[in-house]
Design a protein around this ligand. Structure first.
Ligand code: PGA
Length: 252
């Protein structure tokens, strides 16, 4: 049984965005009516270089700002890394951990992702933990077992509906324009709900489960209507205010 939770649509700007793009962010925030912000939480996960400026611009509005990754430690000799505490200090209230691009580009496994999620909590940030199978894994019929294994390894003990969001992002759907059928999304989200409820009880029932991978204005309403989908993690379509607002309208 699923409980009613306020959905979250989070944009992931990835390695995109210069100071000049804050104008586009401004148009996005301005485009979110108060009625819309009552029905859906909104966030942009910005590159680290823009978090401070974006958080300044977002102040007083309904849009939250997140980071895209954090180091497990709070500080130390880790050249080039950014800690959860630093993200928080710059104005972020959330951070994505375990995105498939981090898992692939930086060889991050479930243990590392779990350590980063705990770092997020330590700093008072919402952890947005990503899971999802590759095309090969889906074709082999292993999508559910892969997602289950990633959930077990990446979501630490102590996860609650308030400190954790889980994003299901099939790797083959990210940035490709391909999306699973609504039925396939439902199957995975149901399995994730069952896993998290078994492990975390009512907290698992109420934890927000986002779908991510080629979400656009044209497919958002269908994907967001799927049982146990409580919002979206949006890459490419979060860079333009018209597209992002178009996706939010699934909740209007
Ligand atoms: P996409 O990216 O919307 O561009 O497919 C999603 C993501 O990687 O979070």
């Amino acid at each position: 049984m699923s409980v009613t939770v306020k959905p979250l649509v989070a944009g992931n700007w990835k390695m995109n965005g210069l100071l000049a793009d804050l104008e586009e962010f401004g148009r996005m925030s301005a485009g979110i009516s108060s009625a819309l912000s009552q029905s859906v939480d909104t966030m942009i996960c910005a590159p680290a270089t823009l978090i401070g400026a974006m958080a300044g611009k977002a102040a007083g509005g309904s849009m939250a700002i997140g980071g895209q990754d954090c180091h497990p430690d709070a500080s130390g000799a880790h050249t080039g890394d950014v800690s959860a505490e630093m993200l928080r200090d710059a104005g972020a209230t959330a951070v994505i951990v375990g995105h498939s691009e981090r898992r692939t580009d930086h060889g991050e496994g479930d243990d590392k992702v779990a350590a980063k999620a705990m770092a997020a909590w330590r700093a008072g940030l919402l952890a947005i933990i990503c899971v999802g199978e590759t095309e090969k894994e889906r074709k082999a019929g292993n999508a559910l077992s892969v997602v289950e294994r990633q959930l077990n390894g990446s979501v630490p003990d102590g996860a609650t509906a308030a400190n954790t969001v889980v994003a299901y992002e099939p790797v083959w759907a990210i940035g490709t324009g391909l999306t699973p059928t609504a039925g396939d999304v439902e199957e995975v989200h149901k399995a994730m709900r069952a896993n998290l409820s078994a492990r975390f009880g009512g907290e698992g029932e109420a934890m927000r489960l986002l779908y991510g991978g080629s979400v656009k204005p044209a497919n958002a309403a269908e994907l967001m209507a799927v049982t146990d989908v409580n919002g979206a993690l949006v890459g490419g379509a979060s860079l333009k205010s018209d597209d992002f607002i178009g996706i939010l309208k699934a909740y209007a």
